[in-house]
Ligand binder design. Structure first.
Ligand code: PMP
Length: 355
């Protein structure tokens, strides 16, 4: 190993990396299993073609047309001034930490939650505090508030629906954390479109909460993970603040054009959501019927207890051509809900594990 003078706080760390293995059934990164429909492929193709001659010029630095389309999609009276976009919600969250956290500041999340939140904290020199959820992975308002009071973080991450557990937060928890937090509160709603009926979005409480930021992505429900487009909704002052740290022209003209075309065909793209929710519910019922512990899911994935060593179960499923995710919770694995065929393959492989 060449001894490079990398930062002390990065030495010895491993990069984020879910295995990208070429197996028949890939259910480990919560992607949308359905490929992009023909009509959208055509629309994106045309939109990209129209940009090509102008690639000698920098793109719209403020991505105004795209942000306007995203605001229109979100509704809730939001406008271009409330919305910001970047290359995936990971980049949005990194920008939030760069501007509201960083060296000498603290971010708090409630583990187990999305594993990139602490890694983004490390990368931005932010001190990370691993807050705790309850034994059953729930989070009640009093427990969350006590931890916020104890650590007085500059940024609190809430994840709803939560990854890897799948369950949406009770809005009372978000309200209580907003009340108690001395700094910014980021609600990561990457999976919002899959929530069970009656689950409100934190977008509803944006008015009156200038320190609330809701992050969303086109990677999941929109089936646009390869397009890399994440965004946030917040008070316009937050959008102004992230301009201080964003790189100029961070969103390529091609990304902006592709995402705009995808948004204008959103009915076709989001048409898969109900089918995915049905597979999610089928997985939950089948695993529960088999006697396994399963977390309630408002997302396109399911966290389930394997009734033994999760590493061995992960391997055994992979040997049967089914790649799921070991999120590092002893005894638990996470599986993405995809097509009916993928569900069949997963459930059949699970049955074989029983024998
Ligand atoms: N938030 C959560 C909770 C996620 O699970 C993911 C993707 N796994 C992301 C954010 C990041 O998504 P992207 O950067 O593709 O928008």
């Amino acid at each position: 190993m060449i001894d490079l003078p990398i930062r002390d706080d990065l030495r010895g760390l491993s990069p984020y990396g879910a295995p990208q293995l070429d197996v028949p059934v890939r259910l480990n990164t919560n992607e949308n299993s359905y490929s992009v429909p023909d009509e959208v492929v055509e629309a994106i193709g045309k939109a990209l073609q129209a940009e090509l001659r102008d690639l000698n010029r920098y793109p719209d630095r403020d991505a105004v047309a795209l942000r306007t389309a995203l605001a229109d999609y979100l509704g809730h009276g939001l406008t271009v001034a409330h919305v910001w976009a970047a290359n995936g919600s990971n980049e949005v969250q990194q920008q939030l930490l760069q501007v509201f956290a960083g060296p000498g500041r603290t971010a708090l999340g409630f583990t187990p939650a999305y594993s990139m939140h602490p890694l983004l904290a490390v990368g931005t020199g932010t001190r990370w505090v691993d807050g705790r959820r309850d034994e059953d992975f729930g989070l009640d308002a009093a427990h969350a508030v006590a931890q916020v009071r104890e650590h007085a973080p500059d940024v609190v991450f809430l994840c709803s629906p939560n990854n890897p557990t799948g369950t949406a937060l009770d809005p009372a928890v978000i309200a209580a954390v907003l009340d108690a937090a001395p700094g910014m509160v980021v609600v990561d709603e990457a999976y919002a479109e899959f929530a069970r009926p009656g689950t409100p979005s934190a977008l509803e409480v944006l008015p009156g909460h200038p320190r609330l930021v809701v992050t969303r992505t086109m990677s999941k429900a929109f089936g646009f993970a390869g397009g890399r487009l994440g965004y946030l909704a917040a008070h316009p002052a937050v959008v102004d603040a992230v301009q201080l740290v964003r790189l100029p022209y961070h969103l390529s003209a091609l990304t902006q054009a592709a995402a705009r075309a995808a948004l204008s065909h959103r009915a076709a793209l989001l048409g898969t959501v109900e089918a995915i929710k049905a597979e999610r519910d089928r997985i939950v019922s089948a695993l529960r019927a088999a006697g396994l512990g399963v977390a309630d899911s408002d997302a396109n994935f399911v966290l389930f207890h394997v009734g033994g060593d999760q590493k061995a179960a992960w391997r055994a499923l992979l040997d049967r051509g089914v790649l799921v995710r070991d999120v590092g919770l002893p005894g638990w694995l996470r599986v993405t809900a995809g097509t009916p065929d993928e569900t069949d393959a997963f459930l059949n492989a699970m049955k074989e594990l029983d024998r």
